[in-house]
Write a protein that binds this ligand. Sequence first.
Ligand code: AMP
Length: 308
Amino acid sequence: MSKLLIVGTLAFDAIETPFGKTDKILGGAATFIGLAASQFNIDAAIVSIVGGDFPQEYLNLLSNKGIDLSGVEIIKEGKTFYWKGKYHNDMNSRDTIVTELNVLADFSPVVPKKYRDAEVVMLGNLHPLTQLSVLKQMETKPKMVILDTMNFWMDNALEDLLKVIKKIDVITINDEEARQLTGEYSLVVAARKIHGMGPKYVVIKKGEHGALLFNDDNVFYAPALPLEEVFDPTGAGDTFAGGFAGYIVKTRDISFENMKNAIIYGSTLASFCVEKFGTQRMENLSSGDIQKRLQQFKSLTQFEIELT
Ligand code: AMP
């Protein structure tokens, strides 16, 4: 079976949206990526770090989904990474209120031996040097390395971020971050500039406006499913990336054509993630739910037009 190696945060999140707020709940980039990828019944592992305050039930939740956690370090006397965010009324933009790195500040990831030959590596949002260290531990060259990042690292570790971007195949980034990284307003020009930094494939996420996949002159666009209710967009980007990566691992096909399907799967899974607070919706998702929504996606985007 192909393997997926995921590195990213396991976190406590506190979230405020126009619909309500939560105290510290389960969050983190690796959590959302793992939950999405587990839908494909693949061999996936998370490399991360938590403090002694991280509940065992959160770890059980992930391992019960078949995710290997042997690469998760537990620092008994340490505190888990904590993030607090507040969404604006449009639900598309948010402010970070608190970022406490805690145990993440001194994290030296160790990739379990079994996953040093993983075909696909998903570098979730983390310090770029941590992402780089994971890549350096791979014993065989992965078929695909996907990287997700955010403005926090552009502000705090740009030079290191550019180093890791040089070494990857696919970058997933949101529209504002693509603009910040390149200084370009046009996303087409921004994607071209990002190609120049290294990645052959650039995925630009536009929240409720879908996602764009660029590969040189090829472009593919997937809308986001129009939803009646969006409760909490936290983790949608990670869920998208986890769905994308999981689909690639499952199908073992890294062609542009197959990546289009991966984008559709990513968008479909992300559409569930936003329906409830935190990981709630992703914890209880059946393959029937997913198939139904894929069908909705198909109907949304399919049309027959006669070309003259
Ligand atoms: P998303 O909504 O997909 O951008 O991801 C939200 C998740 O990212 C939350 O669960 C947070 O715990 C996590 N997160 C927020 N800030 C950071 C950061 N600076 N580094 C790593 N993970 C973060």
